[in-house]
Design a protein around this ligand. Structure first.
Ligand SMILES: [Zn+2]
Ligand SMILES: [Zn+2]
Length: 232
């Protein structure tokens, strides 16, 4: 099986991430993954950027970890793909299949209401997944569900407990949404539990991934890293 991390944060772009992109990618290489999607918090989320900068300048900073990762991935033999995690008051969505050029050409997304923005992403060919829909936290006023504006939901988020994940699975089943998984890794190789999507043949690029997920050709996986494996 070919395994892909679908939900990875790196420092400094994601303010909440603890390790940089190179250290994170080394861990996935050692774990035997075929590739990773770098999905830092987008410019509407928990990002280390000066909000007074222009859309294009914030986007340039946003892309800096991904670009570093793309180069480093080639050096170590790990595929690196692009994705982003957009936010609405603490409710998060993972978006795959829209590339950096698409983002530069669409600054109007910043002024859209969330459901309009999600619909626009989907109409533009993206795969949209609601991350950990049942997460509760002090910075989330209430749980928000968007069953008509996403393709799928994370039914396994490796940072969430069984209750949060099983509620998400129930939600996905009830609305016939795609079942998706990711680690939501903010700590690179010191993370203990991993999750993601796997396939029998390697994926070629982001759009290949998007169509395979939509066609039900990729499966959820999750595992615990043995204590004996050091990923540092
Ligand atoms: Zn975060
Ligand atoms: Zn995340």
């Amino acid at each position: 099986m070919f395994r892909y991390e679908t939900h990875l944060h790196t420092f400094p772009v994601s303010k909440c991430a603890k390790v940089g992109v190179e250290e994170s990618l080394i861990a996935y290489k050692k774990l035997g993954h075929d590739g990773v999607f770098i999905t830092n918090h987008f410019i509407d989320g928990n990002i280390n950027v000066d909000a007074s900068l222009s859309f294009a300048d914030r986007l340039k900073f946003y892309l800096s970890d991904y670009e570093k990762g793309l180069e480093f991935g080639k050096e170590i033999g790990l595929k690196v793909f692009f994705g982003f995690e957009t936010s609405y008051k603490g409710t998060d969505f993972l978006v795959y299949g829209l590339d950096p050029d698409w983002l530069f050409s669409n600054p109007q997304i910043e002024d859209m209401k969330k459901t309009e923005e999600l619909q626009y992403f989907m109409d533009s060919g993206a795969l949209v997944i609601q991350a950990h829909p049942y997460r509760e936290a002090n910075y989330i006023d209430h749980i928000r569900l968007f069953p008509r504006h996403v393709h799928g939901v994370e039914v396994v988020n490796a940072c969430m407990d069984d209750f949060v994940n099983s509620m998400a699975r129930h939600y996905a089943e009830s609305y016939s949404l795609i079942e998706f998984a990711g680690t939501d890794n903010h700590r690179g190789g010191s993370k203990h539990r991993f999750a993601g999507m796997e396939s029998e043949t390697p994926i070629e690029n982001e759009l290949d991934f998007v169509s395979r997920v939509k066609e039900g050709k990729m499966k959820v996986f999750t595992y615990l890293r043995p204590d004996s494996v050091s990923l540092k």
